[in-house]
Unconditional design. Structure first.
Length: 214
């Protein structure tokens, strides 16, 4: 998928003789055993001389590697496929989205470029997770996998940033961590505050009672 054209790349084998050849297509996994796919288009292979045929293997070996990355429209949810590669900046929040037909509520995804694991939640057949790209993530291609599974579920690219932007990213992350403790830390802070308030109230009440008795 390349916004919005689906394409495939193939190389004509060097030993292919001149002629017209059918190109068949079938569903995922290929046609059933013993069956043929549907003829979609035909390709005419031209004749070449022996010198060009001899040089053909070298030309094929020098071809650039196939680029499997797909480029979907920016407005589409991510990922549309394991090769739907979007680009994110360090510190950016991303929202991986999937169908509950393939995933489960509470399933956890992980990536070396995320600050922490993300948990899927949601309803109406759509599950969404929230993840943040690490401030120290270096430019490059990163994989996203589900905890407990080996296959790659998604890929994304981290954009390069300068040191000023990286420092700002760290400062912003530190402010968020200091102002809004998350998970178990938030529970502990809240519990400590509640106990402190309860203790202060008990102390004030007992002191007032002692003052009244005097």
């Amino acid at each position: 998928m390349n916004d919005p054209v689906i394409s495939a790349v193939a190389t004509v084998a060097c030993d292919t003789r001149p002629g017209v050849y059918p190109v068949e297509r079938s569903g995922p996994g290929g046609p059933a055993k013993g069956a043929k796919g549907d003829i979609w288009v035909t390709v005419k292979v031209a004749d070449i001389g022996e010198s060009e045929r001899t040089a053909c293997p070298g030309k094929v070996a020098a071809l650039p590697p196939e680029q499997p990355e797909e480029h979907w429209p920016a407005g589409d949810s991510w990922p549309q496929s394991p090769w739907d590669v979007r680009t994110f900046r360090p510190g950016e929040k991303v929202t991986p989205t999937g169908s509950d037909a393939d995933l489960g509520y509470g399933d956890t995804l992980t990536s070396p470029g995320f600050t922490e694991e993300a948990v899927m939640s949601g309803a109406k057949a759509v599950l969404v997770a929230t993840a943040v790209v690490r401030c120290d993530a270096q430019p490059g291609l990163f994989e996203v996998r589900w905890v407990g599974r080996s296959e790659v579920w998604a890929r994304y690219r981290v954009a390069p940033i300068d040191e000023v932007a990286r420092r700002d990213c760290r400062d912003q992350a530190a402010k968020l961590a200091g102002g809004q403790p998350a998970g178990r830390e938030a529970w502990l802070v809240g519990a400590a505050a509640a106990l402190a308030a309860a203790g202060a109230g008990t102390y004030a009440l007992s002191r007032r009672r002692r003052d009244t008795s005097l």
